[in-house]
Structure formats: C-alpha cells, structure tokens
Design a protein around this ligand. Structure first.
Ligand code: 9D3
Length: 257
C-alpha cells in the first residue's frame, strides 16, 4: 500500500479548509509533506462579472443551488492537475462514514473532496463527475467544510507514520466495534474516588481482561448495535465472566438511550 499522498478540496471557502489544516494532526502531516493539500474555489472558474456560483432552484423553493458550469470546470481542473482520483461528494444523503469507510478512503493515493454550500449542487454535476457520496452523520451542517475536516482527520491518521506511536492506528482497527474502556491517571485517590484496584495490581494480563470486560459492558449498555455487528468472541466472554462488574452503576450516562 502506497498510502495517501494528495488531497484536493473543492470549496467556496478555501481559507476555512486551509485554516483547520494548519493545525493539529492534519496540519503536521501536511507541514511534514507527507500529504499534499490543494484547495480549488469554483468562484475562480466563473465567467460573469459578478462571479456568481449559485442561482435559484428550478421548480421554486427556498435557498440557492450551486451552478453547474463553474463547479464542473473547477472539478475538471483538479482532476487534470495530477493522477486520476475519485471525486468524493460530502452531502447529507451520502453513506454514513464509519471505521470501514475511513479505511476504504484511506487506501487511495489521491482523493478529491467536493464540499457543497447553499441548498445543494446541480444534480447533473453529480451525474457527470461524482464517484462517491459520503455523510458524517444524521445532523444538519451548514456546508461540506466541517465534514471534510472530520473525514480528513479520520483518513490521515490511518496513514503509516502519521501517528507518533506507530501502533495506534492498527490497534484502533483491532478494537473497532467496541467502545473504549475507562482511563485513569494519578492520583490513585481523588475526591473520595479510588482508581479500580486491578489497575494498580501490576498483573498485566488481568488488567487486559478487565479492560476488555469494561469495554464490552460499556458497548452493551450504550451501543448494542455495535455488538450485533461485531459479535462477542470467546476471550471476551471469558473476561466478562471474570469481571461481572457492578462498577459504573452510578456513573453518568455517556451517550445514547
Ligand atoms: C432540507 C434538506 N437539507 C438536507 C438534509 C438541505 C441541506 C442541509 C445541509 C443541504 C445541505 C446541507 C449542508 N450539509 C452538508 O454539506 C453535509 C453534511 C451534513 O449536513 N450532515 C452530515 N454530513 C454532511 S456531509 C456534507
């Protein structure tokens, strides 16, 4: 696997995308030249004096729609700038990103992300130029830019050499389908609350089994859908039997009902 070496983003707000990519994990990967980032603005491909990128929807209704020609010219300019790449449209009706989806995208050498604004883009551009449509979840954003920040973070951290400690990404995929176990650091006693004794025991095999049982209990309580998708294994069942924990009974809810 060669890994990702270039990401292009089609956006009306290149400053937004360049801004978040100057910081954090994606920022470092780009600064270290592991990944090349290039933004393309459809406004630079307009030919009218107003440089308009949107227009009223045929059939009426609220909001505006991104015009096909500047958008298509912009995508085509990105496409012909370098090696072929899939055009990934970020939109509320796309396939919802999960760990498998991030892995799928992370395998390409080059990705072109298309961010929409306004009510949407002219569907003929999708028919003509879009290869895949992805969403980041069932909530409404004001545009594709926050979504591209999320997707870029998820795919860049999967690249070999991007995470400081090399093991981490592989370990993530190993535990995919389980919520994380709880974490503790010093002091061992804090505001009347003690760190679970097993973590102080020095028995690393037992600690591993305890963490496994905790992760499983949490997943069962908060995300039963994950348990259905990734069934409980024999070693997990054994860990659960060893630590049929009543701990956590008076902890705050962390998530879903
Ligand atoms: C009333 C219909 N709306 C669709 C649910 C219109 C609409 C809302 C928000 C059209 C575009 C947008 C902007 N959102 C994105 O571009 C977007 C998005 C999102 O809103 N949620 C989750 N993932 C994504 S990826 C891109």
């Amino acid at each position: 696997m060669t890994g990702l070496r270039r990401i292009d983003v089609i956006t009306l707000f290149p400053a937004w995308v360049e801004g978040f990519n100057s910081l954090g994990l994606t920022g470092r990967a780009i600064a270290e030249d592991r990944i090349q980032l290039r933004c393309w603005n459809p406004r630079d491909f307009t030919e009218d004096v107003h440089r308009s990128v949107d227009d009223r929807p045929y059939g009426g209704g609220p909001g505006m729609v991104m015009r096909p020609e500047p958008l298509a010219c912009c995508i085509e300019a990105a496409l012909s700038d370098d090696q072929p790449a899939p055009v990934i449209f970020l939109a509320p009706h796309g396939r919802v990103l999960d760990h498998a989806g991030a892995n799928h995208l992370a395998q390409r050498e080059r990705l072109i992300f298309l961010c929409g604004r306004y009510e949407g883009i002219d569907e003929r551009v999708v028919d003509e130029l879009v290869d895949e449509v992805w969403s980041i979840g069932d909530f409404v954003l004001s545009g594709g830019e926050p979504a591209v920040a999320v997707v870029m973070d998820a795919v860049i951290r999967l690249q070999p050499g991007v995470l400081g400690h090399e093991q981490s990404a592989a370990q993530d995929s190993f535990v995919a389908g389980r919520l994380d176990h709880p974490h503790y650091t010093r002091p061992a006693q804090w505001r009347e609350r003690a760190v679970p004794e097993v973590l102080l025991s020095g028995d690393h095999a037992r600690i591993e089994r305890w963490r496994c049982a905790e992760a499983l209990t949490r997943t069962d309580a908060l995300r039963p859908d994950l348990l259905a998708k990734y069934p409980v294994s024999a070693p997990e069942r054994a860990a659960l039997r060893e630590f049929s924990s009543k701990e956590g009974a008076n902890k705050p809810e962390t998530g879903v009902q």
